[in-house]
Design a protein around this ligand. Sequence first.
Ligand SMILES: CC(C)c1ccc(C(=O)O)c(O)c1O
Ligand SMILES: [Fe+2]
Length: 285
Amino acid sequence: MIKLADVSYVRLGTRDLEGATHFATEYLGLDVAERAKGSVYFKSDAREHTLCYFEGDPGDQVVCFEVEEQSHLDEAAAQLESLGHPVRRGTASEAALRKVHDFIAFRDPTGNPIELAWRPAYSGRRYHGARDAGITGFSHVGLCSSDLARDEAFWTKVTNAQVSDRIGDAPLLRIDEVHHTIALFPSAKPGIQHINHQVETGDDIMRSHQFLKDRQVRMVFGPGRHPTSSAKFLYFEGPEGMVFEYSSGVREIADELLWRERQFMFEPKGFCKWGAKPNITEFNK
Ligand SMILES: CC(C)c1ccc(C(=O)O)c(O)c1O
Ligand SMILES: [Fe+2]
């Protein structure tokens, strides 16, 4: 079993690195950690980076999870290969680009590019967003799934992920006490469905709603409150259609033994208890 310790970073290709950088700093509220040739790294918490935009195809979207031991990479590679998922070991220069000591890359059953990294760098410099969005850190990803049952089985049997709740057949998966770190979302094609940053308070959500609306950023869902994690939320569209979520007050599952996964309906009331209706492509099919 592959033990995922945390979600580490996402890497997103972009045709407009300057535009993406402007959005990430001035709108989303991230902090530039480093500008390199053809890529820009962003901080959202104590880590050296949690997002990297690189010049390339916007369809290139990678999620990385941290593992605790280097040996876990070898064990994970052997297990994944035995299950028919080809694994590539990152080269030293690729690891340096990702600011990690070592990593492997593979695809989940839907075809989402996933990396597992050992020793991602933490920063000596404190995160402070260019815009005060109240961000406390990068927290979870929504991953597209072309077969929810198959992908739930992959994440829960091959890794330590566990189902916290389900909306329809879409599971919210935890790897630690946080309600979810991976949200599977039905979709015909692979990709990151959304990128979540936690913010300090509900006021931060409402302030950002006003701020982003004033600047004609497309609102996708919310402000609202998830019945599942109990978090207040706002989803909006970033560069090349990527959806970003702010949420505040995500539930923690302190006592695993007392928690039973719950079933919510795959309709607006399963996603928001305030009555907000999503404007998310996958809902409108
Ligand atoms: C819209 C999606 C997949 C979703 C549903 C529920 C929560 C939550 O309980 O916090 C999310 O964060 C989501 O992104
Ligand atoms: Fe989310």
